[in-house]
Design a binder for this molecule. Structure first.
Ligand SMILES: [Zn+2]
Length: 231
């Protein structure tokens, strides 16, 4: 206890979203950020816009994102911490946050299994972890269902897609995933979990192989979604 106190005194924890020093009662994200982060609240809407984004390509039983992504904003900072700074506990905090809301909305009640979008093994080796896993695991814990990160495999190490057009992205990710085993997914309601949706190409590529493996339903949960898509 004393040691924790001294560590906090000399190395105060700072907010993952705004970098301000956290108060004793705050965990990872400060109170102000918790109030100002741009929540989508899509899990409380029966007809949410994510299904419209995928219209004609895919249909999710339920779909949501915790936040709207804002360039240079707090959400980008959170994703950066998770992706590059080895802050896996932040994934747990965000997954628990969204999981509790998904549970109270009851739209995700029939989910059988949580499947995180996988990283390629080369990228895993470099980074040491899949940044989506702790987020996915926390949602699964709240929904009281298993999380399986061995069902889907990324077979191609696709380049960063930030500056690609929708068509370029689709070409690079289609056929980059495969099913390792369909033992756990056949005729099941699968919740796909990812960190950020921009064009939806990655999700569509994952969904394609899951549908081919004859899952019953697909749902989707992500940390963030680019809001510009809906304006
Ligand atoms: Zn903050």
């Amino acid at each position: 206890m004393i040691i924790n106190y001294l560590v906090d005194l000399f190395f105060p924890q700072s907010c993952f979203a705004c970098s301000k020093t956290l108060h004793d009662n705050e965990i990872e994200i400060c109170t102000e950020c918790r109030h100002h982060l741009p929540l989508t609240n899509y899990h409380f809407r029966k007809e949410e816009p994510i299904n419209q984004l995928f219209f004609g390509r895919l249909e999710f039983k339920a779909a949501t994102a915790l936040f709207f992504f804002q360039k240079n904003g707090r959400v980008q900072k959170l994703l950066h911490q998770l992706k590059y700074k080895n802050q896996e506990s932040l994934g747990t905090t965000l997954g628990t946050w969204l999981g509790l809301e998904m549970k109270s909305s009851m739209l995700f009640d029939t989910v059988d299994l949580v499947v995180p979008v996988p990283s390629h093994k080369k990228r895993m080796k470099k980074r040491g972890y899949n940044q989506v896993l702790s987020f996915a695991q926390a949602i699964a814990n709240v929904l009281e269902v298993p999380c399986n990160n061995l069902v889907l495999i990324k077979t191609k190490n696709t380049k960063s897609q930030v500056f690609q057009t929708k068509e370029q992205r689709w070409k690079s990710v289609v056929n980059s995933f495969k099913i390792n085993t369909n033992e756990f997914i056949y005729n099941k309601h699968i919740l796909i979990v990812d960190d950020l949706i921009t064009t939806g190409s990655t999700i569509e590529a994952c969904a394609k192989v899951l549908i081919d493996a004859e899952v019953k339903n697909l749902s989707l949960a992500t940390i963030a979604i680019t809001s510009s898509m809906f304006r």
